[in-house]
Design a protein around this ligand. Structure first.
Ligand SMILES: *[C@@H]1O[C@H](CO)[C@@H](O)[C@H](O)[C@H]1NC(C)=O
Length: 326
């Protein structure tokens, strides 16, 4: 009985400890930025000779090495090679610098300072300004296993969204009645206006969660996340309407590429892009972005409108292009 009690006390105490340590710092950034993730030993100290280790905690609960430092030995890993280094502003500073942020850098980072006496662990959340959008292919809805979903987002200049990112988008109004993969392997969808076919009319608004699904054999849509653009997204003015191949060529002649779905969402949501002309995109879909709702152009809500995946031979549409930063 006493043993049980002290065990409970131990758990209570250790969870308190975590609470106290959990002073999360959040860093907000844009794609392409150089950022610093703070981590310092308090008081007078000298980190030289201590081991400093930065890791990234992924949404599927795995850890990725970012950087390791001990004295003069410093090494950054994988995707962070040549992009991550220690700021070393003074002798107790273990602040991490990451240059040229990309979409995959979003997430939680852990700093560990290990000297055997007073080890320190701190966590920093790195958030990217971005937008979440649902995606399904020409084949129609529910065609992606998890791997297909990852590839599909990548092709749209995006990554599979996290739960936090979808939650944020739901809070800012996203309502979508088809279920899609998230990067933790769960399948969910966001509902702001509860109704019968979308989990029930008498349920509360929120994310509907199917839980973790078999990554190889279950098929759904996907929620992709993309961040602000460094390049230029635009509608290419042309004397007449184009088929798909002409659209691809027209952007190339203009020194650009045909835009991806992620480019259009980023331009629309993060840069206020508005154009009431249906245009081809790289995946063969035809869409148009409306940020100022008006008659004949998405009258009731700001949205990226999908016309569909028409026959690629139809000469009925314009084209949106994307010019990466020189
Ligand atoms: C980020 O850092 C790199 C390397 O130090 C530098 O070349 C680049 O100009 C910086 N970019 C910005 C946006 O400050």
């Amino acid at each position: 009985m006493i043993a049980l009690f002290s065990l409970a006390l131990f758990f209570f105490a250790s969870s308190l400890h975590v609470e106290a340590q959990d002073e999360r710092i959040k860093v907000y950034a844009n794609r392409g930025d150089n950022i610093t993730l703070p981590c310092k030993l308090e008081g007078l100290s000298n980190l030289f000779g201590n081991r400093i280790k930065w890791t990234k905690l992924e949404d599927d609960s795995t850890e990725t090495d970012v950087l390791m430092s001990m004295g003069f030995h410093k090494r950054s890993y994988g995707n962070f090679e040549d992009r991550a280094y220690l700021l070393e502003a003074d002798s107790n500073d273990a602040t991490l610098v990451i240059t040229n942020l990309d979409l995959k850098d979003y997430g939680t980072y852990r700093c560990e300072i290990i000297n055997g006496l007073n080890d320190k662990i701190a966590e920093v959340d790195l958030e990217l300004q971005g937008v979440v959008f649902p995606y399904s292919p020409r084949l129609g809805r529910y065609n992606f296993n998890f791997q297909n979903a990852e590839a599909a987002c990548l092709e749209q200049d995006a990554v599979v969204a996290s739960f936090e990112q979808l939650y944020e988008e739901w809070r800012s109004g996203l309502d979508w009645c088809n279920a899609g993969w998230l990067n933790d392997g769960t399948v969910q969808y966001p509902i702001t206006k509860p109704r019968e076919p979308c989990g029930g009319a008498r349920t509360s608004a929120g994310l509907r969660n199917y839980g973790s699904r078999d990554k190889s054999n279950s098929r759904y849509d996907v929620f992709c996340f993309t961040a602000s653009l460094k390049g230029l997204f635009y509608y290419l003015i042309q004397p007449r309407k184009l088929d798909y191949e002409e659209a691809v060529n027209a952007c190339e002649r203009d020194g650009a590429e045909i835009a991806k779905v992620g480019h259009m969402y980023a331009a629309w949501k993060l840069h206020g892009y508005d154009r009431c002309d249906a245009g081809w995109l790289a995946d063969g879909s035809v869409r148009y972005p409306i940020s100022r709702p008006r008659k004949n152009c998405s009258p009731t809500e700001a949205a990226v409108r999908l016309v569909g995946f028409p026959d690629k031979k139809q000469k009925l549409y314009g084209v949106y292009c994307y010019k990466p930063q020189p």
